[in-house]
Design a protein around this ligand. Sequence first.
Ligand code: AMP
Length: 428
Amino acid sequence: MKSQSEIRRLQGTFDLLPGDSARWVWLESRIRAVMARYSFGEIRVPIMEPTELFQKGTGETTDIVQKEMYTLTDRGNRSLTLRPEGTPSVVRAYLEESLGAQRPLWKLFYIGPMFRAERPQKGRYRQFHQYGAEMIGATSPSADVEVITLCRDILLDLGIHDAKLILNSIGSAEARADYNTNLRQFLLRPDIAGGLCEDCRRRTQTNPLRVFDCKKEGCGRLLRDAPTIDAHLTAEDRQHFEFVTQSLAGLGITYEIDLRMVRGLDYYTRTTFEFKTTRLGAQDALCGGGRYDGLVEVLGGPPTPAVGFAAGMERILATLEESGWSGVTPERLDVFVCAIGDRARSTLGATLGALRRLGLSADTDFQGRGLKAQMKEAGRAGARFALIFGEDELIREQMSLRYMDEARQADISADTSTWTRGLFEKTA
Ligand code: AMP
């Protein structure tokens, strides 16, 4: 159908109509149920934040901050940014609400829209949605295992059984400093530097680890011989990682180690992980996360260890659709009320009200149409019952209840105070 709107939605954003939004409501309720089983509490943070939060928290050298943020100046000349990710906001709230002073450990989760000015393509949008979980205050590697297990359990609960867990440790800050020097030396070698794309040449200077995020084939080939982080890990880093891998193995959770998976954000330390699917082509990452022991401090708080993840909800729904999921069965309407004539129409409000107070869904015609058109509408709405009444029925103080699936009808009292839910249960 040709669009009738002169004003179009922004590229990379979408409308959710009732059929689609039902999928989202379902998805959100499943996520909330698993989060509750893991004892994570929901946090809702603003969608816009001071730009500085992401410059500091996400990191100046990340693609997000350098080229993907929706930043605007408000009337008070303040720089605001539509949040590109949730973690910096959660940590800001943790500090702003002095949560650390109340309890040593917080398990928080969020669900909501994120904004990134990326080139729109399948699986990549400008307004997209993430759910994520953060454990703030958790030193033990068992927290990494808890977060990975939670991330996996949500996927399993949704029916995604074939997502692959990719794991790495990018070490503590010291290990990374060493590795950065080593990697930069490699990237500056004339035979390598000459073949790198412009972005990767910039990354060589600003944050060499980021080159592994490059999707260009040429860069990928050159990076095959790049040094990897494992040689630089400290004894504590190794111990931490071993605990994580051994615990996962103990739980029967299979994983693959990818020494080049360093993730795109500045704040990660030690464990990083992703769940990938083979069902979506290039945009194959469903969830990504890891430990971020430095972030609370970067945002002005005391040194506080933390670990978390974020998952892309559009990609999760796309994965389900690729696996043949037919979506959520729409709820059927319970009763469609067909009123014929002015007197019947004038009592409609009371009839609908009585049905709704019984907890039933009820709808009617609002266009003054005849019985035939109203019955057609009842059929379209998938109504289980049609309640029909006109002048005659009202005189007899009766209404006709038509059982839509059974081609039969019965008379019921027009006195709504005598109605019970049982009257509208299927009896056949
Ligand atoms: P990130 O915050 O970049 O670690 O991303 C976490 C997850 O969010 C990814 O694994 C994707 O599933 C999803 N995601 C990130 N960027 C986008 C985007 N532009 N459009 C849709 N999903 C996205």
